[in-house]
Every structure is written in C-alpha cells, then in structure tokens.
Design a protein around this ligand. Structure first.
Ligand code: DX5
Ligand code: ZN
Length: 235
C-alpha cells in the first residue's frame, strides 16, 4: 500500500484514534474515519501494566486492515512490546510505535519492526526527557510525543511538551532526517495550531474527531490549521 504519511517528515497527516469510536460498531467507525478524509487510522493497544487501562489487540488491527484502505498506525502501550511486535505487523500494522520508557533492547525492537516491513516509531510520555530519544534517531521514521499521560482518551492537552517538540524539530531539520513528528492526546481544533507551530506534522485525535458533529469538516479544518502553522516552521 502507498503509505501516505510522508517519509520526508514534512507533510501534514490527520489520524483519528479508534479509542474514541463507538465500540458497538468498530468496523463502521473505522470506515467513518476513512470517509472523513483520515490519512491513516491510529489504534491504541494497552496492556493494563504499562498503562492502567486495557483496550484492543491484534484482532482489531486485522479487522481494520480488512475494512479500510488507509495505513494503520499502531501505538503499543505495552510493558513487553518485543513479545507482540510480529503479531501486530502480521495483523496489518503499517506503523508500529513503541515507548522509550519500556525495558529491553529498544534499538533492537525498532530494527525488528523495520525488518518485518513496518515503519518504526518511538514514543515518549509527557514526563520523559527529550534526551532519551538521541540513541534512536537513526532507527526511526517517527517520533510520537504524548501530550497526555497515556491510558485514556478525552484528557486535557499538556502544553509543556511543546518545548521538547521544538528540540526534535530543530535536530531533524539540521540533520535533514526523514522523520515525522506526531502528537497524541488532547488534540483538537484549539491545540493543533500550537502543536504544528512547535514542529509537529502528524496529529492523532480521538475525542475531537469521533465526537464531532461532522468528522469530515473537523478533519478538514484541523488540516488547514496545521498546514498554515507548519508552513511557518519550514520557512
Ligand atoms: C491515549 C491514546 C490516544 C487517545 C487520544 O493513551 O494514546 O491515542 O486515543 O485521545 P484524545 O484525542 O481523546 O485525547
Ligand atoms: Zn495513541
């Protein structure tokens, strides 16, 4: 599949997060995001250990793969991601995001993700310093900044993560790295502009998209705001 999220790290992408969908009809909800103009679909996987909540597993990823034609960005909030990487890629994950806070050989996991044919990404929580990312920048296609503490949708955006985004945007531009910067948690029409101004180009949004009256209109408006703000970052 043609993966529309850029590998040049400079295009805007809007990703609805299935966690905020109506679980009574997940397939329909995945299609609803695709029809609304989503560039990809974000799927949150939680294990009740790394985060307090439980959410979905590989079968939901496989269902989404059968149902929509946009790429699947799979966010592993798992204490032991290495045990599950292969399963999620076989199920259809196009992007696999692991957390920098987990124990184990993170560089090895990122290389495994790439070797199995998916795009590797590293995620950091709001309280994790940006410096932990330095060892991984050569192994990834995406850095995901959590702008809420992971585990639940519908939380308030934590603006104090934006200085970390600015640091990574600067490094990426200076070194001309093909890395996307994504942000997840509390993203909506009000927060997309500050996030894009700080240097994010991929926006993950659950509540603000799935609970909006007109998802297509909100995706479009979010995209317009992101493009306008991000253009200034690239100037
Ligand atoms: C939180 C998840 C997010 C969540 C975002 O742990 O990683 O992807 O769906 O939800 P909103 O957009 O409602 O903050
Ligand atoms: Zn997520």
């Amino acid at each position: 599949m043609d993966y529309r999220i850029t590998t040049a790290g400079d295009e805007i992408a809007i990703l609805p997060s299935l966690l905020a969908a109506d679980f009574a009809c997940l397939g329909h909800e995945a299609s609803r995001a695709e029809k609304a103009g989503a560039d990809a679909l974000h799927i949150d996987i939680m294990d009740g250990h790394f985060v307090p909540n439980l959410s979905m597993g590989p079968d939901v990823v496989a269902m989404a793969k059968r149902t929509v034609n946009v790429p699947l960005s799979v966010h592993l909030m798992l204490a032991n991601p290495e045990k599950h990487i292969e399963k999620f890629i076989r199920a259809g994950a196009d992007v696999l995001l692991i957390h920098a806070e987990v124990e184990g050989d993170i560089s090895g996991m990122l290389r495994q993700i790439r070797a199995l044919g998916a795009r590797p990404g590293i995620t950091i929580n709001p309280g994790t310093p940006v410096e932990v990312l330095w060892p991984y920048l050569g192994d990834i296609d995406e850095v995901l900044f959590m702008s809420v503490n992971p585990g639940y949708g519908g939380q308030k955006f934590i603006e104090s993560v934006l200085p970390k985004v600015r640091v990574i945007r600067e490094v990426i531009q200076t070194r001309s790295l093909a890395v996307d910067i994504s942000i997840d948690g509390g993203i909506g029409l009000e927060t997309v502009t500050p996030a894009a101004t700080a240097g994010c180009n991929v926006f993950i949004a659950g509540t603000s998209l799935y609970r909006s009256v007109d998802m297509a209109k909100t995706v479009h408006e979010m995209r317009v705001r992101a493009i306008n703000a991000f253009r200034k970052v690239r100037e």
